[in-house]
Ligand binder design. Structure first.
Ligand code: IVH
Length: 686
């Protein structure tokens, strides 16, 4: 294709993709399938690769990230980012209304909005192009997080319609509950401490150095304030509606109110309604609508006089702390857990709450026997916010954190500067051993489904597996007839799990099949601390084999994209342990993939990021099928085994099972044949 032709096509594709992005992320009303969308994207990526001189920094291909920011630049805000004055009482809202009416008169109109509990952002557009995204910082200057902001699909990179040429939009970047839960689950799997709430998760994500990682976190954004010298509107509400037409996402929960009663109705509606929102809000913002009125009212040094935030009281109850127990995770991290007298709070009965770490217990001076305040301040996990000292029994004793592992008795350790205590007995502490075994067989790792559902426990108790390579030594005779009786609990009746012929066959088959799991997933399955799926893939693609990775020094490792000191240290330490060396040797001997295949080495990058594929049916040979699966992984996609609403695409060979096909049709999941799949990657059939 010649240059001019390519330029036109790139422009066409960009416009189409932007419109579809807008339909999907802003209007929540997609008009094409994911498959069709991905095809447009693949074509654009291919053209930009072919004609790099035509690739624009505002291209939708920027959404997948790629840029690494070593240090965020500090940028001064053109207009300071003020905060809002807060209140928790009706009286203060009435006072606010009185003050406004005194200056403006009774014709005042208010706009009520939700107060999103995320991170404030300033977005600068020049001639309709996103030039910069800056955090609030101290209100006068913030951090330039443009590369990360560009990955957020509800933030337009180029505007459409009749927008002002100089424009600043202010809004809130947040994380939905669903994404927060997904992320925390993933963090727990790799031994990272989970985020306390979605706000912290959003703030932490926005400050990541690798924008590809930010793209994986699926942040979202609502804008709530338009700043421009050449606005055609004389009020806040109309300018927000116009911003929606320029491509921004505006919260639909917004209301114009004429009087204080309407304001209180809005507050009441959302004090209750917030429980059902997919994201956290911590109050309602009331703004004077007319810009002229806003100007007359002016601002104080800290906040505008034309707006106020009504903050919801977090729901809080007091209950007795019966005990503090301790959980030992896969990485040996000790989590203190509050065992509470059951209490009803915001729709659920709370019996337990995490206490995070020793420092938190000490700083709140929490003691067993105390009455403690439990809150669900819009957050999902209940937390203990303090002690009712008036009810403290005179005999109470300060709580002393355990010194020895509750599971294996080893003396606990703590890294300098960290708050978490660890049990260092990695090879002898049962929950750590079982945790590693469970991680190894988990879906995203070796995916040995037949070993799930408590079966690891049975193998462990019968001393058949201690380390991950032991799975490959299991024999039929060892497994047949194993059983365990689980006593009844208050939720489940007693049950017996026993290994019959079919179970054993399935287990051995699952273990055998895991030998073809590609190397990046094997590396993830090893359970090295801080090496999650993404890092494992990066390392595998960089070093190609476990042998080369084992030879890499700390200094070499930190030169690899995205590998920081913490990860590098953990890799070197773990891979040099004699136990790990032995495991790796045994895995190699068993035939587990400890290096990349030739096909895997020709990686394409991240084009399938965020998509889950099920590869099903016959592709001529088992080898070809594995190659296709490998291509999915190499290009940043995920593999699923069964068709569900989480499946993005099915790559269907001949003789795909009719029930799978039926399910795919019911769920509206696109079926690709081999060539269509290759098209998606911009490849031709070999
Ligand atoms: S308006 C000049 N509207 O609340 C007024 N702020 O202390 C600018 N926030 O960190 C703020 N939802 O990020 C406004 N609908 C909303 C908001 C909102 C959340 C945050 C904002 C800031 C804090 C104000």
């Amino acid at each position: 294709m010649e240059l001019e032709h390519a330029r036109t096509r790139i422009e066409e594709l960009t416009e189409m993709i932007e419109q579809h992005n807008y339909n999907y992320y802003v209007l929540n009303a997609p008009t094409i399938s994911d498959y069709e969308f991905d095809k447009l994207m693949a074509e654009l990526i291919k053209l930009e690769k072919q004609f790099p001189q035509l690739a624009s920094p505002y291209s939708p291909t920027q959404r997948v990230g790629g840029e690494i920011t070593k240090e965020f630049q500090t940028v001064r805000h053109r207009t300071p980012m003020l905060s809002l004055s807060n209140t928790y009482t009706d009286t203060e809202i009435r006072d606010f209304d009185q003050r406004v009416r005194k200056t403006i008169g009774n014709e005042v109109e208010y706009v009520c909005e939700l107060k999103f509990d995320g991170v404030a952002i300033s977005l600068i557009y020049e001639d309709g192009k996103l030039i910069r995204g800056v955090t609030r910082g101290d209100g006068t200057q913030g951090d330039d997080v443009t590369a990360n902001v560009k990955t957020i699909r509800s933030i337009p990179l180029r505007l459409k319609g009749d927008f002002p040429s100089q424009l600043e939009m202010r809004g809130e970047i947040y994380m939905t509950h669903a994404e927060f839960n997904r992320l925390n689950q993933e963090r727990e799997e790799i031994g990272e401490i989970p985020f306390v709430n979605p706000r912290n998760a959003a703030a932490g994500s926005l400050k990541l150095q690798d924008s590809t990682e930010v793209a994986h976190r699926h942040l979202e954004c609502f804008v709530y304030y338009v700043l421009s010298d050449s606005l055609k509107y004389d009020n806040h509400y109309d300018s927000l509606m116009a911003a929606c037409n320029w491509g921004f996402r505006i919260s639909p929960y917004i209301s114009r109110c004429k009087n204080i009663d309407e304001i209180f109705d809005f507050i009441e509606e959302w004090n209750k309604g917030r429980e059902h929102l997919p994201f956290d809000i911590d109050g309602v913002v009331i703004k004077v609508n007319s810009f002229r009125h806003q100007q007359i009212l002016g601002t104080t040094a800290k906040s505008p006089r034309w707006a106020i935030a009504f903050k919801f009281q977090p729901e809080s109850v007091s209950t007795r702390l019966l005990n503090i127990s301790f959980q030992v995770g896969r990485t040996g991290a000790i989590t203190p857990v509050a065992e509470l007298e059951p209490v009803f709070l915001a729709g659920t009965t709370v019996k337990r709450a995490t206490l995070h770490n020793a420092d938190i217990i000490a700083s709140l001076d929490i003691r067993v026997g105390d009455y403690v305040f439990v809150e669900k301040g819009g957050e999902i996990i209940p937390k203990i916010t303090g002690v009712d000292f008036s009810k403290r029994p005179p005999s109470s004793q300060p709580f002393t954190f355990i010194e020895y592992c509750p599971e294996c008795g080893t003396h606990l350790r703590k890294n300098p500067g960290e708050a978490t205590w660890y049990c260092p007995n990695e090879t002898g502490c049962p929950p750590q051993i079982k945790g590693r075994l469970e991680h190894f067989i988990s879906r995203k790792a070796m995916n040995i489904e037949s070993l799930g559902e408590g079966r690891i426990e049975i193998l462990y108790e019968n001393r058949l597996v201690r380390k991950i390579s032991d799975f490959y030594k299991l024999t039929y005779n060892q497994l047949i007839g194993l059983k365990k009786v689980y006593p009844a609990t208050d939720k489940t009746p007693a049950r017996v799990v026993s290994f019959r012929e079919k179970t054993v066959e399935n287990i051995l088959k699952g273990i055998e099949q895991s030998k073809s799991v590609p190397f990046p997933r094997v590396l993830y399955a090893l359970g090295i601390r801080y090496v999650g799926e993404t890092v494992a893939r990066k390392l595998a693609l960089h070093y190609h084999s476990i042998d080369r990775l084992m030879q890499a020094s700390f200094e070499e490792l930190i030169l690899v994209d995205e590998i920081g000191e913490k990860i590098a240290e953990s890799i070197v330490k773990t891979l040099h342990q004699p136990e790990m060396k032995e495991i790796i040797e045994e895995l190699k001997k068993a035939g587990v993939q400890m290096s990349l295949s030739v096909e895997e080495k020709q990686t394409q990058g991240n084009i399938l990021a965020g998509k889950t594929f099920v590869v099903s049916g016959d592709f001529g040979s088992a080898e070809r099928r594995r190659e296709i699966e490998q291509m999915v992984v190499n290009n940043g996609g995920k593999l699923g085994t069964s068709v569900s609403s989480k499946t993005s695409f099915i790559v269907a060979g001949s003789q795909m099972g009719p029930s799978k096909k039926q399910k795919a049709i019911e769920l509206g999941i696109p079926l690709l044949n081999e060539q269509e799949f290759l098209d998606l990657l911009g490849k031709s059939h070999p």
